[in-house]
Design a protein. Structure first.
Length: 101
């Protein structure tokens, strides 16, 4: 199960957060999202735990808790809807037929 975490203190590292979630079970992957230009944490991230019951327990116990002075929110990650974007570009043709005189 993929978990979304927000409200993380900027100084928290991935190793530390992996250890915290590891108290609830196996952590398959963890990623703190960082600013592309500065490399600084953006205060949120994702954890993937292979055992759903352990992931749900982590969510239940950590959501709304205090983590190094910040109130964090922990929830099941929602998949991004596929909006079909990205196929644009170029020009669009009208379906009308143009008449030449």
């Amino acid at each position: 199960m993929k978990i979304f975490i927000t409200g993380l203190p900027l100084e928290v590292g991935e190793d530390e957060l992996t250890a915290v979630f590891g108290d609830f079970g196996q952590v398959k992957s963890l990623r703190i999202i960082k600013d592309r230009e500065t490399g600084q944490s953006r205060g949120f991230g994702f954890v993937e735990m292979p055992v759903e019951e352990e992931a749900k327990e982590a969510i239940k116990r950590m959501n709304g808790g205090d983590y190094n002075g910040n109130r964090i929110k922990v929830a099941e990650a929602q998949e991004k809807p596929n909006t079909g974007g990205g196929a644009g570009g170029g020009f669009r043709r009208n379906n009308r037929t143009e008449k030449s005189y």
